[in-house]
Design a protein around this ligand. Structure first.
Ligand code: MEV
Length: 340
């Protein structure tokens, strides 16, 4: 196959149960959502390896239309920005991914890699994993390299380690395979849930935070008071296992209760925030069956589970009126896929 242009997309995610405890070998339940990153690879016209990034975050309007351009520099082991005044440094995972794929491929083509993401970064929706998965899939196809899904997921995990330090691997796995997964120690099973009428409302608190910082914070707390924090992580693990059977039985009311219990445990773990608590309470008042933060905490997003689309829609409108970015996602969206 002589690919002139390859396009792949990969989804973001929300953790329904088990963030942080999953880093310590307990299970998590995670679902792919309806926001995606698209990666388009074409032949570079300059005989250079190029990267461009444009973001049109549907939750973070202000960065729409911005496009940043970079060229690969092998001496410095990084992509160098075309203009030095870009606010964000380029994610080092892109260098790693490009270098690895080019090394494994026999093709001598010069790729131009374009990333177009609708997943806002830094709010717990798995944007970095989706970027890595989409770019690995698209670049390897362009370079005529056949990567198995396992290999793709493994390389995306390595890329995640460069960004997050000590990730569990849950973000890259859900972005690769999609669906709803019960994930534990790098093994996952797809949960075949009954056709529930269930919707998740996702609200961005607007409070910035960093996954690595919060994973490190929990590690430090564990060192300081191992008994206390290990017990909290174990309780989250147990609750996640109970949530799995309830999900499979379609017991949506109970899943909501368990989400609220998970939120209380996350607050005890020290990754809550007063605004997140306020938002979870508001979602429950607006008819959510249960609500919690999602991702590393300290800021980022909260989620609320609804069994009624109208109610979910009203909650989104209410949150927007209060000035928050909010949207509805269905559960179990598709993993990495080719796009036309
Ligand atoms: C990040 O999306 C979730 C955490 O559990 C970290 C991880 O699993 O890598 C906080």
């Amino acid at each position: 196959m002589d690919a002139k242009k390859t396009i792949f997309s990969a989804p973001g995610k929300i953790i329904l149960f088990g963030e942080h405890s999953v880093v310590y070998g307990h299970p998590a339940i995670v679902t792919a959502i309806n926001l995606r990153t698209k990666c388009i690879v074409t032949e570079s016209l300059q005989n250079e390896i190029q990267l461009s990034i444009s973001s049109d975050y549907s939750l973070n309007g202000p960065s729409a239309g911005l496009k940043r351009e970079y060229t690969m520099n092998k001496e410095q082991n990084e992509f160098i920005a075309q203009y030095s005044n870009y606010e964000q440094p380029v994610n080092p995972a892109y260098y790693f991914i490009t270098e690895r794929v080019l090394h494994l491929s026999a093709s001598k083509k010069y790729p131009h890699i374009h990333i177009d993401s609708e997943i806002p970064p830094g709010i717990g929706l798995g944007s970095s994993a989706a970027n890595s998965v989409a770019s690995l899939a698209s670049l390897s196809a362009f370079m005529e390299l056949e990567l198995s899904m396992e290999k793709l997921n493994e390389l995306a995990f390595e890329a995640e380690r460069i960004i997050h330090g000590r990730p569990s691997g849950v973000d890259n796995t859900i972005s690769t395979y999609g669906g709803i997964q019960f994930y534990k120690e790098k093994k996952f099973s797809q949960l075949n849930i009954p056709n529930l009428s269930s919707y998740v409302v996702i609200v961005n608190s607007g409070i910035p935070r960093n996954t690595k910082t919060y994973v490190e914070k929990v590690a430090k707390l564990l060192e300081e008071d191992t008994t206390k924090y290990q017990k909290i992580l174990e309780e989250i693990g147990k609750l996640t296992t109970i949530a799995k059977s309830n999900l499979m039985e379609g017991n949506i009311q109970k899943i909501g209760d368990l989400m609220t219990q998970n939120q209380l445990l996350l607050e005890k773990l020290g990754v809550g925030h007063p605004i997140l608590t306020e938002l979870t309470n508001s979602l429950v008042q607006l008819g959510s069956l249960g609500s919690k933060l999602t991702g590393a905490g300290g800021g980022g997003c909260v989620i609320g589970l609804f069994d009624d689309y109208q109610k979910a829609n009203r909650a989104v409108e209410e949150m927007k009126n209060k000035g928050f970015q909010a949207f509805i996602s269905s559960l179990a969206e598709r993993g990495v896929q080719v796009e036309q």
